[in-house]
Design a protein around this ligand. Structure first.
Ligand SMILES: Nc1ncnc2c1ncn2[C@@H]1O[C@H](COP(=O)(O)OP(=O)(O)OP(=O)(O)O)[C@@H](O)[C@H]1O
Length: 979
């Protein structure tokens, strides 16, 4: 006969979230249940129905469909249905037939689930406890968010990422030299802010040519999936705002800045972080504000966190650089002249830092004066006194020196808003070698140049006739020739006679299989050259320029990167190549030269990037006696531009760009310009080393801080608990894992895999992972598995947020304990609701309190460890477990109550420890910021207010921490024979 009767209340074992079900009808074959709260009806086979009868016992609190509550004293049964008898909230005797229980009664709490007989597998309970334990550990690790990405641990990047992402609402300019890893730094900051819950939505704006590269880097290195928006994608959203389509949105600047409607849509969304790459393109001058600048200004005004990225912050001039700083902090950067004046003071600060020198002995009088002239506030003076005192120990002096250095760096300069690392102080970059080949001017070019030299008025005429600018018309002779050609369709194209094309074909033959990147200043030249290589030499050279569609561009870059079947040459235009990663290639051909030194550096930066393993060979063909040759001399002799980046190209261009343009046909004038350029170059270099840049360099990486971050990362990298935990979790979630050797494991969906795990879809292949950082770096096709990988985060999140494994029953065979005795192992968890942005977990992550009671209520927690007990437990069939629970219902309820009282005793210690941790960290930071603010205007007032508010909110949240029962396991002893 069936156990079911219409009107009875049952709950689904697999879908507890449906709420309380009512049996509608049943017969020998099937049973139909209505889940009123979720408006779902389910029909099951009567024999195998995954249902548990809901039956409350004395002392349980239950709720009626009308909303009133009662405490059960007793029950009676009428026609197979239970009627509960007890007291309502007013203390009056009442009855409640089970049919009138509230449909919405929740059974996801461990207590309710256990007492209604719903038990999970014993190994799920184990996994739940271990998850809580590891989550608690990982969330407090100071490297959380920095340890998971597939990157090399490069000190300057770690410093910047750690410093910036620790700030409340970071607003900074990441201005490392080309190729030092600004994208990686921005990715690290974003990743950490996402993992710690301080950022949920981010908008990333990059030049069109870099959208795909960003997409791939974020996915491959950071396991972050972003939504790439363009006009076509946006239109697919119809009237809806396309920027709402994802949490992380990547869009091309070229598209957004030209489209007012889309800008409005982007501005209508709420963002926590805005990232703008190649930010030197955001044009601003006192007379004119570019559309990109205006758009970013509006977006940055409404967004808390802003990261601007540029390798050449001053490429568009100091005023424009200043305007970008103003996007970050309008109050601080309000006066350009004051900003200029301030920079003069940096030399003294850099000298003071150098004067700290070594700390073997007390400071001499000279050093004391140099430092004292800058470090004039109370706490700095105290440190200075320590450094000058012969009685102080070496250790005291070392500490004081480090602290004073940090204070000086913190309190002066733009260090808080701008980070700039250069190759010079990062070190370890390859040599650059220049190879110049002089070629004879072809007659078509020579004629025009001769006439220009002869006839002063001809230049104006030429400019009108070609529509080109000065001095471009003289430097880019192919462009000049094409513009002068009256009938382009019938005329000979420039590449037919320009000897640079045959020169390049010869070079390519000499270079064998080596990849060669060719950069020309504009799209037409790049296209013409590619045609020339194909027609004259049979060489296929894809072109990469700004007007190609995204797909075409990516196809060209991929064809170039391909080692096996790829092409040898890629021809790029200036803008098309900006920001791209071509470090797998070591030959760069500058088919012509750019006019701005920063662009020259951008070109070399395509190859001279982290990951470049060879010396860089720069090949430049020049026409003898041409303006191009003069430009080359200016770069070489005037500023040594090919040997290394110097970061002062813009100053030199500002000072001599016009004179240079005038001297491109005049040898004598050129000598003068080169001489003057060199003098300014030497002076600026000295100034750079002494002043502003020296300060920036010192500030861009602080070795002690990096060491501690690195240690924390390595601790996570080498965490032996990770593989053990993974094995258990993968097994329970139904993911198959197969060792492939060499630290590699193939993860694939098992036949019983739980749905919705990232990267794993039933019927599909799965992916290969490794926990080794070096192996993951060596293999693009392998994912790096860490505590921060989305698969682990998802599994841990599902366990902790849901009820998986929060009840269990197991058997214990123990010679010293008679059979039939009961024990309860309870895990309580701290519960401390707080807004995510407070990142409370760094001080008080969910913390487990375990309590083990025997049936008399004696506390055995300290005597029997979780692991010790766990390995001796035996699993039991669910039906048996349910019967056991039913038979010991009252006893269990009493044990649950006593355990709660035991756990509560631990709470004050946990809360106090969290408060101490929080106060120590935030008070230190607050004191530091307040001291800084007195000296360094780049500390924003709102940063200090925000930090104070944060401290107060955290204090309150921690104070309100409660303990909640998270999971419970019932243990029943058996004797030897019953096993
Ligand atoms: N820590 C790292 N580990 C591994 N690869 C790295 C690391 N840092 C940078 N790279 C690689 O070095 C190259 C340059 O990095 P990235 O693109 O971030 O530099 P960038 O400063 O943004 O360059 P640009 O100035 O050209 O925009 C990229 O290919 C990047 O993947």
């Amino acid at each position: 006969m069936s156990d079911f009767s219409p009107g009875q209340r049952w709950i689904s074992d697999g879908e507890a979230e449906l709420g309380l079900g009512t049996i509608l009808n049943c017969d020998a074959r099937s049973v139909t249940v209505l889940f009123g709260a979720s408006q779902e009806t389910r029909t099951y086979s009567t024999r195998l129905a995954p249902l548990t009868r809901v039956a409350f016992g004395s002392g349980d609190r239950i709720q009626s469909a009308e909303g009133w509550q009662m405490t059960v004293d007793d029950t009676k049964e009428i026609d197979g249905l239970i009627v509960y008898i007890g007291e309502d909230d007013k203390g009056e005797l009442c009855e409640l037939p089970e049919a009138r229980l509230a449909d919405s009664m929740q059974f996801d709490q461990a207590r309710d689930r256990l007492l209604t007989g719903q038990v999970d597998r014993n190994d799920w309970f184990d996994l739940r406890f271990r998850t809580l334990h590891h989550y608690h550990r990982i969330e407090q690790n100071p490297a959380l968010g920095l340890a998971g990405p597939r990157i090399d641990l490069i000190p300057h990047q770690l410093y910047i990422a750690d410093e910036v992402s620790s700030r409340q609402a970071p607003r900074v300019l990441l201005a490392d030299e080309v190729g030092l890893g600004k994208t990686i730094e921005a990715g690290l900051i974003l990743h950490r802010l996402l993992l710690t819950g301080r950022v949920e939505r981010a908008l990333i704006l990059v030049p069109a040519s870099l959208t795909h590269q960003w997409l791939v880097e974020l996915l491959r290195r950071f396991s972050l999936s972003v939504t790439l928006l363009d006009e076509q994608q946006s239109q697919a959203h119809g009237d809806a705002n396309p920027f709402e389509a994802g949490q992380l949105v990547l869009a091309s600047q070229d598209w957004l800045f030209a489209n007012a409607h889309r800008q409005q849509q982007a501005e209508a969304c709420e963002w926590d972080l805005l990232i703008v790459d190649e930010a030197h393109h955001l044009e601003w001058s006192e007379d004119e504000v570019g559309p990109g600048y205006a758009c970013v200004e509006r977006l940055s005004g409404a967004t808390e966190g802003v990261l601007l990225l540029t390798a050449t912050p001053e490429q568009m001039g100091l005023a424009s650089h200043f305007a970008r700083l103003r996007l970050l902090d309008r109050d601080r950067y309000s006066d350009l002249e004051a900003f200029r004046a301030e920079e003069q003071g940096y030399v003294a600060v850099a000298e003071a830092i150098d004067a700290l020198g070594d700390v073997d002995g007390p400071l001499d009088a000279g050093a004391r004066d140099t430092i004292g002239a800058v470090a004039d506030d109370g706490d700095s003076q105290a440190l200075l006194a320590t450094l000058s005192n012969p009685e102080c120990s070496l250790e005291q002096r070392q500490q004081a020196s480090a602290q004073l250095r940090d204070q000086l760096l913190d309190r002066h300069g733009t260090g808080r808003v701008m980070f700039r690392n250069s190759r010079r102080h990062v070190g370890g970059f390859p040599e650059r070698r220049l190879h110049v080949d002089k070629l004879e001017l072809p007659s078509s070019y020579r004629r025009v140049l001769r006439r220009l030299a002869r006839d002063e008025d001809y230049l104006d005429e030429l400019l009108i006739e070609t529509g080109l600018d000065h001095p471009e018309v003289m430097v880019y002779l192919d462009g000049m020739y094409s513009a002068l050609t009256e009938d382009p369709l019938n005329a000979e194209p420039w590449w037919q006679f320009d000897p640079r094309v045959t020169w390049l074909l010869e070079r390519l033959t000499e270079m064998g299989d080596d990849k060669v990147l060719v950069i020309a200043h504009d799209r037409e030249t790049a296209q013409g050259l590619s045609d020339g290589l194909r027609v004259l030499g049979g060489v296929q050279a894809p072109v990469f320029h700004e007007d190609l569609s995204l797909v075409e561009r990516d196809r060209a870059a991929a064809a170039f990167a391909d080692d096996e079947d790829g092409c040898q040459v890629l021809v790029c235009s200036e803008i098309g190549s900006e920001g791209r990663n071509f470090q797998f290639c070591r030959h760069l051909v500058m088919f012509d030269l750019p006019l701005h030194p920063d662009q020259l550096e951008q070109r070399i930066g395509r190859l001279d990037r982290i990951g470049q393993r060879h010396a860089i060979e720069i090949h430049v063909p020049v026409f003898e006696g041409s303006p191009g040759e003069k430009l080359l001399r200016w770069y070489q002799e005037g500023m040594d531009a090919f040997s290394a980046p110097h970061g002062i190209g813009n100053d030199l261009f500002d000072a001599f760009g016009d004179d240079l343009a005038e001297s491109l046909l005049d040898d004598e004038a050129l000598e003068e310009v080169i001489g003057e350029t060199r003098a300014l170059f030497d002076a600026k270099l000295a100034e750079r080393d002494a002043g502003r840049n020296r300060l920036l360099e010192l500030n861009a990486c602080r070795p002690e801080r990096v060491e501690s971050v690195k240690e924390a990362i390595v601790e996570l990298d080498e965490d032996r608990a990770l593989p053990r935990y993974l094995d258990q979790a993968l097994d329970i979630f139904g993911v198959d894992s197969r060792e492939l050797g060499n630290d590699l494991t193939l993860l694939s969906p098992g036949s019983h895999m739980l749905d919705g795990l990232p990267g794993l879809v039933k019927g599909e292949e799965g992916f290969t992972v490794t926990t080794s950082r070096s192996r993951a770096l060596a293999r693009d096709d392998v994912q790096r598995l860490s505590w921060e990988h989305p698969l682990l985060r998802e599994m841990m999140g599902r366990i902790l947020d849901g009820n998986m494994g929060n009840t269990a029953l197991a058997l214990l065979k123990h010679p010293a304990i008679p059979a039939g005795r009961l024990m309860a192992e309870l895990v309580f968890r701290t519960h401390c609701p707080a807004p995510k942005r407070l990142h409370l977990n760094r001080f008080l992550p969910p913390t487990a309190v375990r309590v083990l009671l025997d049936e008399s209520g004696a506390n055995l927690t300290d005597k029997v460890s979780f692991t010790g007990l766990s390995k001796n437990l035996k699993k039991v069939k669910k039906a048996v477990a349910r019967d056991l629970i039913k038979s010991r219902h009252d006893q269990l309820r009493d044990l649950l109550d006593s355990a709660e009282a035991e756990a509560q005793r631990e709470l004050p210690t946990i809360v106090e420890a969290a408060q101490v941790r929080m106060r120590q960290t935030l008070d230190n930071e607050l004191t530091r910021l307040e001291a800084l603010a007195q000296r360094n205007p780049s500390v924003r007032e709102d940063e200090i207010t925000a930090l104070r508010d944060e401290r107060q909110a955290l204090d309150q949240a921690i104070e309100g921490t409660r303990l909640r029962l998270d999971a419970v396991r019932v243990i029943v002893t058996i004797d030897d024979d019953s096993a």
